[in-house]
Design a protein around this ligand. Structure first.
Ligand SMILES: CC/C=C\C/C=C\CCCC/C=C/C(=O)SCCNC(=O)CCNC(=O)[C@H](O)C(C)(C)COP(=O)(O)OP(=O)(O)OC[C@H]1O[C@@H](n2cnc3c(N)ncnc32)[C@H](O)[C@@H]1OP(=O)(O)O
Length: 311
């Protein structure tokens, strides 16, 4: 199957996209190599590099120009300070790899894409810790939302709150067709409020009315409902998520990088600038909001409820 997908990738880049690239004299080293491949054989993986840190496994296929990043923070891929920090470091590394043009984000543990922000980072800690944690959340969103790479979320499990934000920060979302999985910004269910830039990211994806409805009620959508409202772009059988991501990536990579990147910047910069203009104030807001006794109590009760569900 992987070879078939690679053939599709080569065919795609040999089509109109390639012509566009040639006319703009924009062929990257990776694309040159693709062009030289005879179409009857699969693309041999001659250059593959992996780096794996705590909580993240990154695999870079230099021939395809695609990196796959698997969140690997059992049991539920909660976004701890450590995971957020490593995520940002690895994103920066990939961003600096000229040949890496596409990134697929997925989970190493099927069933849970990510349980969102690690709630234990948000209660019973010092103000300095909350500030550091929030800065890391901001940093990841800023890097991901403005990435020069094509970012595809291969959502192979549930994806509440911060997990949903990571998906929304990408360019395209593919979700596994399993009614047990849900996705959405469910902050209000925890007694907390999605910050304005979480909200903006959702509004940019599904529009104002649908966002207001989803945010006020803290809706967690099944894959079918997520597709209907536009939170995800495609729902496919569970075992087809990765191959579909590669296929979709080939379509996006057939567009000349500079044109696609400038378009992405044009669409997203105003949203990013809103946070950049008030980044420190947003951190202060978070620290003062999360430190409130009532909020600490809500988070504590929510964690208790999560644990009691199992008993
Ligand atoms: C005015 C406003 C100004 C500023 C804004 C201020 C603040 C608000 C901003 C905050 C934005 C918040 C974003 C978030 O992401 S909050 C996190 C939201 N996440 C959730 O609600 C998901 C909770 N988890 C679940 O629903 C389930 O765990 C899940 C993911 C469906 C998996 O289910 P299952 O496989 O059955 O696993 P368990 O529930 O048994 O969980 C296993 C284990 O993990 C612990 N856990 C789960 N989720 C989290 C989490 N997010 N953080 C930390 N720990 C988590 C769970 O308690 C279990 O622990 P145990 O010790 O019992 O094994």
């Amino acid at each position: 199957m992987a070879l078939r997908v690679v053939s599709v990738l080569k065919r795609r880049l040999g089509g109109p996209g390639q012509k566009l690239l040639r006319s703009g004299n924009l062929l990257s080293a990776t694309q040159h190599r693709w062009e030289k491949m005879p179409s009857s054989v699969g693309f041999p993986v001659t250059s593959r590099r992996s780096f794996s840190k705590t909580a993240l496994i990154v695999d870079v296929d230099h021939n395809l120009g695609i990196a796959t990043m698997k969140m690997n923070n059992p049991p539920v891929n909660s976004l701890s300070l450590e995971l957020l920090t490593n995520f940002v470091i690895d994103l920066e590394k990939l961003e600096n790899e000229k040949r890496c043009r596409g990134l697929i984000i997925t989970s190493a543990s099927p069933k849970i894409f990510s349980a969102g922000l690690d709630i234990t980072e948000m209660y019973g800690k010092s103000s300095a810790h909350y500030a550091e944690f929030w800065k890391a959340v901001q940093e990841l969103w800023l890097k991901l939302y403005m990435s020069n790479m094509v970012v595809i979320a291969a959502i192979n499990g549930s994806s509440p709150a911060g997990g949903c934000l990571i998906s929304l920060a990408g360019d395209y979302r593919i979700m596994a067709d399993n009614p047990k999985y849900t996705i959405g910004l469910n902050e209000t269910l925890l007694g907390i409020v999605a910050p304005f830039w979480f909200k903006d990211t959702l509004v940019n994806t599904i529009g104002n009315r649908a966002s207001e409805h989803a945010l006020q009620l803290g809706l967690l959508f099944s894959p079918t409902d997520a597709l209907r409202v536009g939170i995800v772009d495609q729902v496919v059988p569970e075992d087809k998520v990765q191959d579909t991501a590669l296929n979709v990536m080939s379509r996006w990579l057939s567009i000349p990088d500079h044109a696609r990147q400038l378009t992405k910047t044009m669409m997203r910069k105003p949203t990013v600038d809103r946070l950049l203009k008030q980044r420190e104030a947003d951190i202060k807001n978070f620290v003062s909001f999360i430190s409130r006794d009532s909020i600490q109590k809500s988070l504590h009760m929510y964690m208790k409820h999560l644990k009691e569900r199992k008993e």
